[in-house]
Write a protein that binds this ligand. Structure first.
Ligand code: 4NP
Length: 164
């Protein structure tokens, strides 16, 4: 049983730059959660700060738009140590993001919040959402589908296992 500290529970999506994967993950999770009746707050951040203040990558915006999701108003920001206290769950896109996020942790309760987004879909396989930064539209579309699977399975798991 997962117990949240906050009501509604808060969820953070983490990638490297916070311009390709995690903004899309934020938008998809919000939609999937709303459609499933799971009330939560969702945000995203990057372990690197190179793109702080920028909107999501144009191809992330385009692929989101093609699926009826608007992410264009998001602004990139860097993950902070305080995020590990502020959020109930932190979903990382790949193993490097996971390691970099865990490097900011200072307690077991923080460590327990951090996992790979695709863990619910592909348990114990270290499954990653690949970095599409240098890719084309079809790479971003592939990322969208992986994120959709990951978000859908995490929402299902949370609805089954939370006590709010
Ligand atoms: P993201 O993709 O981590 O999915 O936002 C990247 C964005 C920027 C860079 C790398 C990956 N970069 O090297 O600037």
């Amino acid at each position: 049983m997962i117990k949240f500290n906050q009501q509604p529970p808060s969820i953070l999506m983490v990638c490297l730059g916070n311009i390709c994967r995690s903004p899309l993950a934020e938008g998809i999770f919000k939609k999937v959660a709303a459609d499933a009746g799971f009330v939560c707050k969702v945000d995203s951040a990057g372990t690197g700060g190179w793109h702080q203040g920028e909107p999501p990558h144009l191809l992330s915006q385009k692929v989101a738009w093609a699926h009826g999701i608007t992410i264009s108003l998001q602004k990139a920001r860097k993950l902070t140590p305080e995020d590990l206290d502020r959020f109930d769950l932190i979903f990382c896109m790949d193993h490097q993001n996971l390691q970099d996020t865990l490097a900011l942790s200072t307690s077991k309760s923080q460590i327990r919040k951090v996992s790979l987004l695709l863990e619910a879909s592909y348990p114990r396989q270290n499954a990653k959402v690949p970095d599409p930064y240098y890719g084309n539209y079809s790479d971003f579309e592939n990322v969208y589908h992986l994120l959709y699977i990951g978000c859908t399975d995490q929402v299902k798991r949370l609805l089954q296992t939370t006590s709010i």
